[in-house]
Write a protein that binds this ligand. Structure first.
Ligand code: F6R
Length: 237
């Protein structure tokens, strides 16, 4: 386990990107695990820069995102699919058939969850997974109380998560009530995990993680059992 303290959001983004760049230089056909939200925006900017400067190519990469809302069109500006296209995919040379997000509009959502874990497995498993962390310790959409053994599944979003994510929608009513998320075990199956967290809002969750107590009440704590975890964190204060 590696703890890397940084002094700015920009530094966090650069350090995280450099880990992915190294991975891609070592294994150009890596399977990458991506996250959405505010934390990785700078990371994706750095990845695009590395691609434009010829440091990396994503033509052989396959990627899997952590989660997607249920019931909003995949091309809605608030979908995680659109977020990924806007922040990364449309700027780099990853083929369309190589990136994957859970399909929140699948007719059989339970079947979609099984299919998603299976397709990760068939790709050879995730080589390196990027993660953010919620103020309550959630990872992906796995809220406190989620079983550490969970695989990709359908979750009801908590009111606090819906309020937090309302910034991406016109109003709180528009925020979906459910999502498909990779489970904690699906995340733990990644060969390497990089967790990024910056800002005063994240100080307490990082403190709790560093505290070392592993409990389902704080989903991210299970990551402490991962053999190859890097936490890149910091705050203004
Ligand atoms: C994103 C995700 C979430 C976020 C977390 C932190 O795909 O699954 O768990 O990583 O909510 O969000 P930000 O980075 O917006 O603070």
């Amino acid at each position: 386990m590696k703890w890397m303290k940084v002094s700015s959001y920009e530094e966090m983004s650069k350090v995280a990107c450099s880990i992915f760049v190294k991975q891609l230089q070592y294994k150009p056909n890596s399977v990458l695990g991506f996250a959405t939200g505010g934390s990785p925006v700078g990371f994706y900017k750095e990845m695009v820069k590395s691609y434009q400067e010829g440091e990396i190519s994503l033509d052989q990469v396959r990627s899997f995102n952590l989660d997607e809302y249920i019931g909003i069109p995949f091309n809605s500006p608030a979908s995680y699919y659109s977020y990924m296209v806007e922040n990364l995919f449309r700027h780099v040379n990853i083929p369309k058939e190589s990136y994957h997000l859970p399909d929140g509009n699948a007719i059989d959502l339970k079947e979609e969850c099984l299919r998603y874990d299976k397709s990760i497995e068939e790709a050879g498993g995730i080589d390196i997974q990027l993660l953010g962390i919620g103020v309550n310790g959630h990872i992906a959409f796995n809220e406190p109380g989620t079983s550490f053994e969970s695989l990709t599944n359908i979750v009801n979003l908590t009111e606090s998560t819906r309020i937090e994510n309302a910034r991406y929608f016109e109003s709180l009513e528009d925020v979906p009530t459910q999502a498909i998320t990779m489970g904690i075990q699906s995340i733990m199956n990644a060969k390497e995990i990089v967790l990024i967290a910056f800002g005063d809002k994240k100080v307490n969750s990082i403190k709790q993680l560093r505290g070392g107590k592993i409990t389902e009440d704080f989903p991210a704590s299970q990551l402490l059992k991962h053999p190859n975890l890097t936490v890149i964190y910091g705050s203004e204060g």
